[in-house]
Write a protein of this length. Structure first.
Lengths: 341, 543
């Protein structure tokens, strides 16, 4: 009797542990990767193959095959965080990982507007970093997308110049976009990722060179030039402001989806999609510094602001002393600092 | 009296021939579209910033690269140390970049290498760059071959060049980039070696040098090379066309020599046109697979130029020979066309001088470009405008002459009803076929122009079907190349003298044409074998 109850208990425990693990594991790699890359602001090197975060089996395989990849991922991560912090410096949400400084209100808990934005930002950053890595030769497995002729080797067929296409495919592969699931949340996040990647694509500029008869345009070769990440960031911020809130259809089984919902989701593919309203962030803007009076009006939520005088040492009279290094003098000046009440 | 083949060929044979040639044309187009890849490929390379550790900076035996043993120490421009001076910063570009996990090397099939420089300049509110500022580059190019050790780079060429950066910016915001136009950097006429390495430095030898170019963030070099697959298809086409044209030339010349008369001007022109085409067709590119021939780009231009010059001159003479010529007694010669031909010569010579100034000098210094200095730009523009004016004058001449021919023919047509039925039919046929040839020429020219414009509008690939993808640019090149070959081939065939003896004019003429017969007799006997259309027109001139 006793023996059997212990046995039952044991079975119960194993099952529950397995079930828990299962629940944990059911969270798509896409979400996990984005969160891991964005949330970890430390410079800790993880023991896993990809070094920046604990990767999935498939991701580890990719990192193992491409020795330059961890480095690129570090760049992508830093680029995304830096761009986010710079761009949202004077916004109510300043790119923080939690809302209103409450550790329990993580932005990754539900799909807020911010969560949607971060998914697109990280995807864009990976795409950009990978495309750049291909161009600099840091990555050696970049393939020749765009060439449809299956000649035996690269020299004969050409069409290896489009690094963005590779970056796009790579970012989707790495985030395991295809296996992210079919439910409503997954669909929304997949769309957010797509928008992020496309924002890099929209920054591509076509450049052409004529090299035909006597240098005339009888032969013209064009290529796509990767734009700077900052301008893509500007575009993404616009997307952030124009994000669309969708209703989660069935709250009890969150991830169930009906055909009707799917159709509804498909209708609007140009905007970021989120499900949860961002909590009021006015509580946490106390003491934040704003850019100017106009900015203070929104940032301080109408509580007003304090103007203080501060002597600030800033760079001025900059010169290009060496070819690529800016050398500036330090100027000291009095500036007004606006701080929210 | 014997005429040319086109006048004696029956309608059915002509249709068969034309169908056959059209089929060849379609094959040429499809070979380019379905077999060949795009003609050229561009590859963006982002410069890796290396630290120059040597003490002597103009030492050309020290090279900086970032792949393979002995790679350089990379520096990050954002977190630069103060002990690094501008002389220590080297932008290194290793070509080609690895793809699909294999460090591939350049193949000699890829023919040439063109480098374009793009500069990423970051906006800095304290240090705005002036538009159109000059950038001075110390450029060094090295090469290495397969099997050499990783550090065995050998100097290929070295030069200090100045380029003008044309930049603007839409949003003046910190850390945004200027929008700078691409500047030509180098042009190699031969891709003989397997690996190339470009080291760029931005020297500051004088206080003003490189001082107004803002904050450089990255340097990109885009290298363009012909695709090996395209070269293969192109060379195979040449290899097929070359013997064909030679054979038909030999046949043509033998046919003329069988005749008792000396070759007339039109036949001489046709022969030289054929020779010019042979020169263009000669697949001497095979030599580049074995030898380093940097002059191939220049030679290619010259070959094309000679061909165009001959084609244009031929059209002039062709139109002129079918026009009313005032002095009918004299055998026509090139001297009569000196005014018209001088336009062609002028255009060719100015283009040749321009080409020598650009690609000729590039043989000595691949980094040279005529367009970077104001004097050079003006000089280049002068020659190009001169060539343009000559082309314009030439086409005016040509159009005038063609219009005269048509006027003449329509006048003579009116006198056709008064001729005997046999001769009328014959002359109608001749006029019809002459028109046919004019039409073919116009069609070829129009197709070339339309194809070119379409190629400019729609870049890259065209999709017909899910499975069939057509590489339009390559198809255009092979199609046009094949077209002019077929055009000249058919000219040589159709304008060769015919062996067929026409029934004697005297026998077929009836009494009504006695007066006409009378007027035929004063014609010089040695011209009896001349193209009957020409003689027809000359005869009627005497009327």
């Amino acid at each position: 009797m006793f023996k059997s109850s212990v046995f039952t208990l044991l079975i119960y425990f194993t099952v529950s542990i397995l079930a828990l693990k299962n629940v944990e594991g059911s969270r798509p790699v896409l979400e996990k990767t984005v969160e891991a890359l964005f949330a970890d602001r430390s410079e800790v090197i993880h023991p896993a193959t990809c070094k920046v975060f604990t990767s999935s089996t498939r991701q580890s395989k990719m990192c193992k095959r491409e020795p330059g990849l961890p480095n690129i991922l570090v760049k992508a991560k830093q680029q995304a965080i830096k761009a986010c912090e710079e761009t949202f410096q004077y916004d109510r949400w300043n790119c923080s990982l939690v809302f209103n400084k409450k550790p329990k209100r993580s932005i990754f808990k539900k799909i807020y507007r911010e969560t949607a934005f971060i998914h697109s930002l990280v995807a864009a950053s990976i795409t950009h970093a990978v495309a750049k890595g291909c161009a600099s030769g840091e990555l050696s497995r970049c393939s020749c997308i765009g060439s449809f002729r299956n000649a035996s080797n690269v020299q004969m067929r050409g069409g290896c110049g489009d690094d963005f296409k590779f970056g796009k495919r790579f970012a989707k592969n790495f985030l395991e976009w295809k296996t992210a699931g079919n439910d409503q949340i997954a669909d929304a996040l997949k769309q957010d990722v797509n928008i992020g990647i496309d924002s890099i694509g929209e920054q591509l500029k076509e450049v052409c060179k004529c090299h035909g008869f006597s240098g005339s345009c009888t032969t013209k070769t064009c290529w796509k030039r990767l734009g700077p990440f900052n301008s893509a960031m500007g575009l993404l911020k616009k997307h952030y402001h124009h994000a669309v809130k969708k209703k989660l259809v069935n709250f009890t089984s969150k991830r169930a989806v009906t055909v009707k919902v799917k159709r509804k989701l498909k209708m609007d593919l140009k905007n970021l999609v989120y499900f949860q309203k961002t909590p009021n962030l006015c509580v946490s803007t106390k003491g934040r510094v704003c850019k100017d009076k106009h900015n203070c009006a929104t940032l301080c939520c109408g509580r007003g602001f304090v103007v203080t005088q501060k002597t600030v040492a800033s760079r001025c009279r900059c010169k290009m002393v060496n070819c690529c290094v800016v050398k500036c003098d330090t100027c000291v000046e009095e500036v007004d600092v606006y701080t929210c009440k | 009296m014997a005429g040319t083949i086109i006048e004696n060929l029956s309608g059915r044979k002509l249709t068969v021939l034309v169908t056959f040639l059209l089929l060849c044309q379609v094959i040429c187009f499809l070979i380019g579209g379905l077999v060949a890849p795009v003609p050229a490929n561009a590859q963006n390379i982002l410069g890796t910033i290396c630290k120059d550790t040597s003490i002597m900076k103009n030492d050309t035996t020290k090279w900086y690269y970032y792949r393979g043993a002995g790679k350089c120490e990379k520096i990050d421009l954002d977190s630069i140390h103060h002990d690094v001076s501008e002389r220590d910063i080297v932008f290194a570009f290793q070509m080609p970049v690895p793809r699909e996990s294999q460090a591939y090397d350049y193949s000699r099939w890829q023919q040439n290498l063109i480098g374009v420089l793009q500069v990423d300049i970051r906006y800095h509110s304290q240090m705005e760059m002036t538009s159109r500022s000059a950038i001075t580059i110390d450029a060094r190019l090295a090469y290495r071959n397969k099997g050499d050790p990783d550090d065995a780079w050998k100097l290929y060429t070295q030069s200090t060049e100045t380029r003008v950066l044309d930049c603007d910016i839409d949003i003046k915001s910190e850390n945004y980039l200027y929008n700078c136009s691409a500047v030509p950097l180098f042009e190699l006429g031969s891709l003989y070696h397997d690996y190339y390495l470009l080291n760029l430095r931005l020297p500051v030898d004088t206080p003003d040098m490189n001082a107004h170019i803002g904050h450089i963030q990255d340097l990109w070099v885009t290298v363009i090379n012909q695709n090996g697959g395209f070269t293969k298809v192109w060379l195979s086409l040449k290899t097929v066309f070359f013997p064909c044209i030679i054979a038909i030339l030999v046949w043509f010349w033998r046919r003329i020599h069988i005749l008792e008369r000396k070759p007339v001007l039109l036949e001489k022109m046709l022969l030289s046109l054929g020779i010019a085409l042979c020169f263009l067709n000669a697949p001497i590119e095979y030599l580049t697979l074995q030898y380093d021939l940097p002059f191939m780009l220049l030679l290619g231009d010259i070959r094309q130029g000679i061909f165009y010059a001959m084609l244009f001159s031929f059209w002039l003479v062709f139109a002129g020979e079918h026009m009313l010529i005032q002095d009918t007694s004299a055998q026509s010669s090139l001297k009569q066309y000196w005014r018209h031909l001088s336009a062609v010569a002028m255009g060719c010579i100015s283009l040749f001088i321009f080409d020598m100034c650009e690609r000729g000098v590039q043989l000595r210094n691949p980094f040279y470009s005529i367009w970077v200095t104001d004097l050079g730009t003006n000089l280049a523009l002068t020659f190009i405008i001169l060539a343009g004016i000559s082309t314009g004058v030439y086409f005016l001449f040509l159009c005038y002459m063609v219009w005269q021919v048509f006027l003449n023919i329509s006048q003579r047509r009116q006198s056709l009803p008064s001729m005997s039925s046999v001769r009328r039919l014959r002359y109608e046929g001749i006029i019809y076929r002459f028109m046919f040839m004019m039409l073919a020429t116009l069609l070829c020219a129009a197709l070339t122009v339309i194809g070119f414009i379409l190629g400019q509008v729609a870049e890259g690939q065209w999709k017909w079907d899910e499975d069939i993808e057509l590489e339009y640019t390559s198809a255009f090149f092979t199609g046009v190349y094949g077209m002019w070959n077929i055009y000249i081939f058919s000219l040589l065939v159709l304008y060769a003298p015919s062996h067929k003896q026409w029934p004697a004019n005297e026998n077929t003429s009836d009494t009504q044409n006695l007066s006409e017969e009378h007027e035929f007799s004063p014609l010089p006997s040695e011209r009896s074998e001349i193209s009957s259309l020409t003689s027809f027109i000359r005869k009627t001139t005497i009327d």
